[in-house]
Design a protein around this ligand. Structure first.
Ligand code: ME8
Length: 664
């Protein structure tokens, strides 16, 4: 099965949340660099990415917007594809779980597992996290909340099909034992063993009857295939497995590298191997769980986007302001591989300035300018060698081997740091050889020629090595050296490949230097202005909502007595159901339980909480407020929130307080 001439690499398929930020670009940019790298080694590469489009959340969001789920996701998916285009992502296929060939594979997989007894029908009762679309057992919960995202969970019961995961626990442990490289970084393997396998693998719910937006189970169409069998199968459906033409599958499977974020490693390192074992298919060679890009300490999960921050997080905006390779370079270089890394405007701008503008940009402009001035733009032959040349030549000659090792270890930042070591050495070589001094002495022309040749050849090797990482800038650099055709790593297998006598063009600044202080000030002002405008729009909408409820808008509360305060009846209430108020962006219709009584409240918090997030939460209710109508919907009270910068947060009572408890 092992075939050294091919390389199959995948990203996870993205939920079409629509909130695309630089964190979501991370996995794909890393995979793109690795895919490009292996293509340049001469291997035939298949690089897969795509979108994970089914499930309850999409169904609910589409309903809110009054469109079909497919219409809803189409727009978001085309936006994601545009981002990938702007970032030069060279995928070979963009799979959508709504693609007919994918659907065919998933139906086959489900049926085959059912027929083999790996899937059985039963009833499910479990804690469900709407955000993660996952069920959990009591012991898996963390402080009563979702162990993956920390949100509230609620009890759900329904007839479901189950995957017999428990049956595969020993084989998965053997897989880890016999293939220590299967799951990386190594720490993730211990996490899987200690947190999931040792406590006992639970069978997994793999169908739903309550969610219609999904792939129907062929032999029981009341059920739809529930997210993970659908999503994970994309890795084989994209290659044509059991859906028509299996040529790609035969060529590329098993996968060389599944790259995923650390939060979904469990699905790739336990559930996916179990499904493949059940299908009797070879297992992927490697699964890598990378860390997160943190912005202000956050993963930038979808619901936290409205937090006040002046950091730029929109990939399109960053690409337009600073160029695609600036963002690619930052993502690839700054985040220690396997760990979390932080984004800030300052870290980003400093990194671009120091590495790309100063080190690389200066090396290219100084070298090409000196060839232009001293040799009329014609690359001279390296006639007079000196010992000082050797260190640079050795480093440049060893670069391909060093970077190949780094990429094989999936250490992308190290690969870039190795390339920039040579760039740095070349800049030092300029200081050591002082070509501007040599240029003033006619008898040193031969030595000057050698220095400039060595520099140009080093630049060629570095730029070739940079092609997978910052393709468009590396191509520009090579073009200054007269190289315009597509090149592979075979062109840099020794020092001296650049032909003397060729015309060298004087380079324009590839990464103009940024005045970081001035730039940060400008971004801060721009972002604050944006937040203020957004706030204004919100406030005027809230005021309108309040007016329509005939409530006076109180700007400056007057003093009240304790008796006045006790006129307010505050009680603990449990959110049992919630939905958006039709035709309103701000209002949520919330059903509350007070133990022996229920209430319906309309609240203007739709911008801060999704309906799914609220279900299961305990809140504080002003229980004796006069009934009002907001957008024609009756509201029997008000729930209390606290202001938090630009956003609001619910006041959540201690979980031991029972529904209906009085607050005083
Ligand atoms: O999990 N930093 O999709 P997804 C780094 N559909 N990576 C980040 C990130 C951040 N701040 N935010 C998101 C899913 N990602 C499933 C996958 S695969 C069979 C199904 C990464 O859209 C995240 O870690 O939530 C993951 O690798 C990818 O974006 C897609 O996440």
């Amino acid at each position: 099965m092992e075939n050294k001439n091919t390389f199959y690499i995948t990203t996870p398929i993205y939920y079409p949340s629509g909130n695309w930020h630089i964190g979501t670009c991370y996995t794909t940019v890393v995979c793109d660099a690795i895919a490009r790298f292996y293509r340049m080694t001469g291997r035939e590469v298949f690089f897969l990415t795509g979108t994970d489009e089914h499930g309850q959340k999409i169904q609910a969001k589409a309903k809110e917007k009054g469109v079909t789920p497919k219409e809803f996701v189409d727009a978001i998916v085309s936006d994601l594809k545009e981002i990938w285009k702007m970032l030069d992502i060279s995928y070979d296929r963009f799979i959508r779980t709504t693609d007919p060939d994918h659907i065919k594979t998933v139906q086959y997989v489900f049926k085959r597992l059912y027929e083999n007894g790996d899937i059985y029908k039963s009833r499910y009762e479990g804690w469900y996290c709407t955000e993660c679309e996952s069920f959990f057992t009591e012991i898996q919960l963390k402080d009563g909340k979702c162990p993956d995202c920390g949100r509230e969970v609620h009890m759900e019961k329904e007839e479901s099909y189950f995957l017999r995961l428990s049956k595969y626990a020993d084989r998965i442990l053997d897989l880890y034992k016999n293939n220590p490289d299967f799951l990386q970084p190594k720490s993730r393997m211990n996490e899987m063993i200690n947190n999931f396998i040792k406590p006992g693998l639970q069978d997994l719910c793999v169908s739903r009857t309550s969610v219609k937006w999904g792939i129907p189970v062929e032999f029981d169409p009341d059920h739809t295939v529930y997210v993970w069998i659908d999503a994970l199968s994309n890795y084989i459906s994209a290659l044509g497995y059991k859906n028509g033409n299996q040529e790609l599958f035969d060529k590329f499977w098993p996968c060389d590298l599944h790259m995923t974020g650390k939060e979904i490693i469990r699905f790739h390192a336990i559930i996916w191997p179990a499904i493949l074992m059940a299908l009797d298919l070879p297992l992927p060679k490697r699964v890598y769980g990378h860390g997160w890009l943190l912005i202000g300490g956050d993963k930038l999960s979808k619901s936290k986007q409205d937090k006040i921050s002046t950091e730029l997080t929109d990939p399109k905006e960053i690409v337009v302001r600073y160029g695609k390779d600036a963002l690619r370079y930052f993502l690839l270089r700054e985040i220690p591989f396997g760990s979390d890394g932080a984004y800030s405007n300052e870290a980003f701008l400093n990194r671009i300035n120091s590495d790309l503008s100063n080190d690389l940009g200066n090396l290219v402009s100084r070298t090409t300018a000196m060839i232009y001035q001293n040799f009329d733009g014609v690359l001279p032959a390296p006639c007079q060698k000196e010992p000082v040349d050797q260190e640079l030549i050795c480093l440049a000659e060893g670069l391909l081997e060093a970077v190949t090792r780094d990429i094989e270890e999936i250490n992308v930042p190290k690969a870039l740091s190795d390339i920039f070591k040579v760039v740095g050495r070349a800049n030092k070589y300029i200081d050591e050889t002082t070509p501007w001094v040599l240029a003033k002495e006619p008898d040193k022309k031969g030595r000057l020629a050698a220095v400039l040749y060595n520099l140009a050849e080093t630049i060629r090797i570095c730029a070739t090595m940079l092609l997978p990482f910052i393709p468009s800038s590396a191509e520009k650099i090579l073009a200054y050296l007269g190289i315009t055709e597509k090149v592979g790593f075979d062109t840099i297998k020794g020092f001296g490949g650049l032909n003397s006598g060729i015309t060298i063009e004087k380079a324009q600044p590839i990464f103009p230097r940024i005045d970081v202080k001035k730039e940060i000030k400008e971004i801060d002002e721009m972002m604050i202005k944006r937040h203020k405008e957004a706030q204004k729009t919100l406030q005027s909408a809230d005021k309108n909502a309040e007016k329509s409820a005939n409530k006076p808008v109180i700007d400056h509360p007057e003093e009240i007595t304790i008796d006045d305060f006790f006129k307010t009846e505050l009680r603990v209430a449990l959110v049992t159901a919630c939905e958006k108020v039709e035709k309103s962006d701000k209002l949520l219709k919330i059903q509350l339980s007070l133990g022996d009584e229920t209430r319906q409240v309309v609240s203007g918090i739709a911008k801060y909480y999704s309906p799914e997030e609220l279900v299961g939460k305990k809140v504080v209710l002003v229980a004796n407020l006069k009934t009002a109508k907001l957008r024609g919907v009756e509201s029997q009270g008000m729930i209390l929130c606290g202001e938090c910068g630009d956003t609001v947060k619910l006041i959540e009572p201690d979980s031991s307080l029972k529904e209906g408890s009085k607050i005083r």
